[in-house]
Design a binder for this molecule. Structure first.
Ligand code: NAP
Length: 247
């Protein structure tokens, strides 16, 4: 897949799935803007890996949940690069807890980052993509958007919200040849899932037909495809990347 001449923005590109996506897009020729919120050292490591893959990019700090900060940062990046072709809304966090103990601040934080953050970034790139008459938006949802998960009311609601956002924007932006899709990863081996106990992992593994956790690269390959010209007739879809955990 050839992304030469394209400019991509990957939110949360400093670690995990976002890092793998950044490296894959850059390896295919895109100039990749690696967004992060706090962890500059990790973002620099992503940039180093991009260089190792023969690609080019830069890092950009902004908090996607902050409307002004993300909108201004994206406007400045588009001005600098002159275009934006690919947006991957990957930045995300989880603050798990059972409903009766869930605090409003944990609900709000997860919705603000995972769902409202994606809305901010989509809105910030839409006008330029519309003028260009083309673009790709890939939202990183989750298997729990479709299956639900006890203890993740806030997280699964945010990820289900992303599915609605994806389908609505797919319809709204289709006349300008902008494709909007989502990937719904299952259990992927990253910092986000590292807090799981061995017992919890074993329980989930027992329900995965392919009998292994996913890797960030498993997800990145699908995002690369959705970002490419080859996926020009795919929009409004949610692609599961979950080893068969949910069918
Ligand atoms: P991760 O390793 O915890 O990385 C999270 C990334 O998001 C980091 O780059 C972090 O930046 C960034 N981030 C968090 N809050 C942000 C904010 N407000 N503004 C900008 N960036 C922010 O997570 P991951 O496992 O790779 O997950 C990536 C995405 O996949 C998330 O949306 C997650 O919900 C989704 N997902 C993950 C799994 C899984 O099993 N791992 C499954 C399904 C879906 P800093 O480095 O600066 O903190």
């Amino acid at each position: 897949m050839n992304l030469k001449g394209k400019v991509a923005l990957v939110t949360g590109g400093s670690r995990g799935i976002g890092r793998a996506v950044s490296v894959r897009l850059a390896g295919a020729g895109a100039f990749v803007i690696v967004n992060f919120a706090r962890n500059e050292e990790a973002a620099r490591e992503t940039l180093r890996l991009i260089g190792e893959a023969g690609g080019d990019g830069k890092i950009a700090r902004f908090d996607v949940s902050d409307d002004r900060e993300s909108t201004d940062a994206i406007a400045a990046l588009i001005k600098e690069k002159g275009r934006i072709d690919i947006l991957v809304n990957n930045a995300g966090e989880s603050r798990d807890g059972l409903l009766v103990r869930m605090k409003d601040r944990d609900w709000d934080r997860v919705i603000d980052t995972n769902l409202k953050g994606a809305f901010h970034c989509c809105r910030a790139v839409a006008y330029t993509m519309m003028k260009q008459r083309g673009g790709r938006i890939v939202n990183v949802s989750s298997v729990v958007a479709l299956s639900g998960n006890a203890g993740q009311a806030n997280y699964s609601a945010s990820k289900a919200g992303l599915v609605g956002l994806t389908k609505s924007l797919a319809r709204e932006l289709a006349p300008r040849a902008i494709c909007v899709n989502a990937v719904a990863p299952g259990l992927i081996d990253t910092d986000m899932t590292s807090a799981m106990t061995e017992e919890q992992r074993e329980t989930v593994l027992a329900g995965i037909p392919l009998s292994r956790l996913g890797t960030p690269d498993d997800v990145a390959g699908v995002v690369l495809f959705l970002a490419s010209d080859e996926a020009g007739y795919i929009t409004g879809q949610v692609i599961g990347v979950n080893g068969g955990l949910y069918m």
